[in-house]
Every structure is written in C-alpha cells, then in structure tokens.
Design a protein around this ligand. Structure first.
Ligand code: AMP
Ligand code: ZN
Length: 290
C-alpha cells in the first residue's frame, strides 16, 4: 500500500484501520522512495492487532541492470523493486532517499515548465500544495500529484488522461528522472535488512517471456528473492505465468493491491492475496536474519 508519505491519499496512521475493515489480516506499506510513513503505520497496526510488514518501493532504471547496457535490457517501462522488512532508518536507504528526492526536485519543475510551454497554466507551488509537501519536506512528490493539479484545474478529466496527454512516458511534457540501477536498489534494500522483490513485472513493458526470465534471473543473481505475482494490474494468466517463473528460478511469490487511496481506482485488498504470502515473507526474513 501507499500513503501520503508518497503518492497515496491516506495517512500512514489510518491505513491499518482501513485495511482491517476491508477484512485484511496483514498489510505492507511500500511508499515510493521513502520509509517516512513506516513508524506511524506500524504503531497503528500494532494497536489493532494487524500484521504489518514495513517496506519501500524503489524505482530503478530498466536500462541499467547491474551496470549492464546489453541490448536485451528494456529502455522503457517501469522497474520497481519492493523492499520488505527494511529498517526505516538504515543509512543506505536514507542516503538513497536524499538522492532520489534531489532527482525529483529537478525533474518535477521541469515537467511543470514543459506544461507551461504547452500553454497549461499550473505552477509548481500548486503541485507541492496537493502533495502536502509545502510544510513537510519528507513527502515524495510525484507525477500523480501533477496529474491531480491538471484535473483540479480542468485541463483533463482524469488522472489517466493527464498521463496519456501530458506526463506519461513519451507524452508531450514528460521528463525523465535519474534513477538507480537495479543493483543499487537491491543492494540498498539488502543492507537495510530487507528482502528485495520485483514489483508488478507486467509493467516492464515490451519484454518477451524469455527476456523477462533472463532479466529476473540476473536480478536473482544479485540478490532478488522474490517476484510479485498477484497485483491489481495482473490478469489470472499473468499470475499463472509469473508463478511458473518464480518456481523455475526458486523465488518466493508475493502480492498486493498497490492501493494508492482515491487517486487511483484500485481497491484495498483487491486482488485477494493468501495469508501464506505474508507467512512466507516472514519466514524468508527469519532466514535472512540467521
Ligand atoms: P513518478 O515516480 O513521479 O515518476 O510517478 C510514478 C507514479 O505514477 C506511480 O505511482 C505510477 O503508478 C504512476 N503512473 C505512471 N503512469 C501512469 C498512468 N499512465 N496512469 C496513472 N498513473 C500512472
Ligand atoms: Zn510500483
């Protein structure tokens, strides 16, 4: 799940109760590039007896896998790496957080500049306001916040349209940000005591099944322990295919809704994820600690 610490719309302290009323027994909070929401969410979960896994989701550059620029690496698409059970104050993660925040502080105003050149009259202050980042420097400001301003100001009718027309990859006002290599992301998660898991593999667009397998195999060789098989973007056929891949590569399987609150249409707890996923993650974490 995501919270207001990044681009979700629910406060980290409120998420556990929402999850419980949706019938869930366990959740993980995996905000983009930040662990700032973890202490509040963990405390709230403990109060109501919900199993809580502290996490993070790091964006990595799909073209730079382990300093490997081979032609098989995808140039586009999204490579997100989940870190489960990370220590929220691990120095390596904090350092990465600073670096990624700087990258965003450059890229986000660039997108707003591009929009202004296209005649779209929004300001970066409006984006910070929507993100709740005016008084809180720890908030991770992202494209969904820019999309929200475009909706609020009437330039588009939906977040989806904002990405399609203006700020999605390849769209008119898009600007790329400096990202980590997969190796840097996996190393940071491991150093923070966490388990690195490939998030929503279907978002790595434009890969054949064989190319995906090769990519995951390389990531496993540098410390990846699992892949997210159940996700709101995955069809039942995707789940089957990815479960087969995990088996072949001896990786654990995880899952989640990727709930972001009201900014996306994803509902808490959909798709359903068996509690065995949480149990396996806990077991893998115990093995790691030994
Ligand atoms: P950023 O890290 O600021 O580049 O923004 C990434 C966020 O934008 C992630 O939460 C994505 O899920 C979201 N995102 C990317 N593409 C789209 C899209 N076409 N529609 C809605 N959200 C998107
Ligand atoms: Zn993601």
């Amino acid at each position: 799940m995501h919270s207001t610490a990044s681009d979700g719309t629910d406060n980290p302290a409120e998420l556990p109760a929402l999850a419980k009323s949706a019938g869930l027994d366990a959740i993980a909070l995996t905000d983009h590039d930040t662990t700032a929401g973890l202490p509040d969410a963990a405390a709230a979960a403990a109060r109501i007896g919900l199993t809580f896994i502290p996490g993070i989701e790091l964006s990595a550059d799909p073209a730079v896998l382990a300093n490997d620029n081979s032609d098989s690496a995808p140039r586009r698409g999204t490579l997100h790496i989940l870190g489960y059970f990370v220590e929220h104050d691990a120095p390596g993660l904090v350092e990465i957080g600073v670096r990624l925040r700087q990258a965003r502080a450059q890229r986000n105003p660039e997108i707003v500049d591009n929009l202004q050149k296209l005649g779209v009259r929004i300001t970066y202050d409006q984006v910070l306001e929507v993100a709740g980042a005016v008084d809180d420097e720890s908030v991770i400001v992202g494209r969904p916040h820019i999309a929200q301003v475009l909706v609020d100001k009437g330039y588009v009718r939906s977040i989806h349209e904002a990405f399609a027309r203006y700020i999605g990859e390849g769209a008119a006002a898009y600007a790329r940000k400096d990202r980590l290599s997969a190796k840097q992301a996996i190393d940071a998660i491991r150093q923070a005591g966490g388990l690195a898991v490939l998030a929503h593999p279907v978002q790595l667009r434009g890969l054949s099944h064989d190319e995906l397998e090769m990519l995951v195999r390389r990531m496993r060789d540098i410390g990846l322990v699992g892949i997210e098989t159940r996700h709101s973007d995955h069809s039942p056929a995707d789940v089957n295919r990815l479960t087969g891949l995990a088996k072949r590569l001896d990786l654990i399987t995880t899952g989640g809704s990727d709930y972001h609150g009201s900014r996306k249409s994803i509902r808490i707890g959909e798709p359903a994820v068996p509690i065995s996923v949480s149990e396996q993650l806990h077991a893998a974490h115990e093995r790691l600690k030994r």
